[in-house]
Design a protein around this ligand. Sequence first.
Ligand code: BGC
Length: 390
Amino acid sequence: MKKNIQLILAAACFSTLFVACNHASSTKNGSDKDSTAAQAPQIPDSANFKATVQGKQVDLYTLKNKNGVTVAITNFGGRLVSLLVPNKDGKLTDVILGHDSLSGYQIKAETYFGAIIGRYGNRIGKGKFNLDGKSYQLDLNDKINTLHGGFNGFYKQVFDAKKVGDQQLELTYVSKDGEGGYPGMLTSKITYTLTDDNALKIEYSATTDKATIVNLTNHAYFNLNGAGTPTITNDSLKIDADNITPVDTTLIPTGKFEKVKGTPFDFTSFKTIGADIDKTDDQLKAGKGYDHNFVLNKHDISQSIATVKSPETGIVMDIYTTEPGLQFYSGNFLTGLSDGKGKATYAHRSALCLETQHFPDSPNEPSFPSTVLKPGETYHTTTIYKFSVK
Ligand code: BGC
């Protein structure tokens, strides 16, 4: 069967454009069950990811479930490169933004496409914090603040990778004592598991040899209409959060909690992302759109805390997490980057990030849930992105 399909594909390749040929060949390792696979978007060629970086082997790993859902992950930054899920017609759609090669990720590292973020997700005010009577200074990579771990956060590090069967990838990274200014040697393990009910489960764990702070997340940019399509503002979003942590003009939380009711931040029932995004509002002005931490009403892994729905593809994404917060970032700083997968251009607000996390700047806000990790303790959080159609 597989051989026949390969022959047919080869014949088709000769009679069609090179682009189409390239496309078809990328599916040769895919499902041989039906013709849907032949029309599926391609995952990048793994050869474009093979290199030695920081003395370690970088590669592209593929997970696939029984429904053909496919996830491509590189161990450079632990990044999700592609995520192919079925749309309402059963056709696979790539719902995350990324690049076709490792060099794309190295050149544009600071968009954080698909990356594991560590040691600390989001901002720490002025890059400073005190712990057990000592003060620490982190990299200032976001004007006067630290963002996403600093200049050499996990998004730029090479993880050790171990594939477990067809549907799981374990990534480990040991961050040295003092790396980026953070105390303690932090040993972190991130496990990506693709389940047969079309969910991508991400488990994060970490241990340290000195008291430190930690807040790990993933920075996937989702577009459920398909990566490279122009906007996410027509998608509907629901977030089970009655409050946000409002920010100052440098996007550092003020330490207060603000009720969403009656504001553009009310996503307690489905609303299109674009409905209020351009309203006059100090918080929207600070973020140039949504770029805020939502305080989740519940964070019990058995209940969805946020849902996005695409009216075009019918794809629905539900998020489950053990984390207390969710950073909703509406892709406000995407600027029409033109080296996306398949030469796509990623326009302003053509993707959204929903980063599960502890709150930004928690080390400086005693009223926020603690992000301190001590020797002998194990940090462990879980987040699930589950896909279905409506
Ligand atoms: C932050 C944004 C930032 C983006 C970087 C988000 O998590 O909240 O402010 O611009 O990451 O791509």
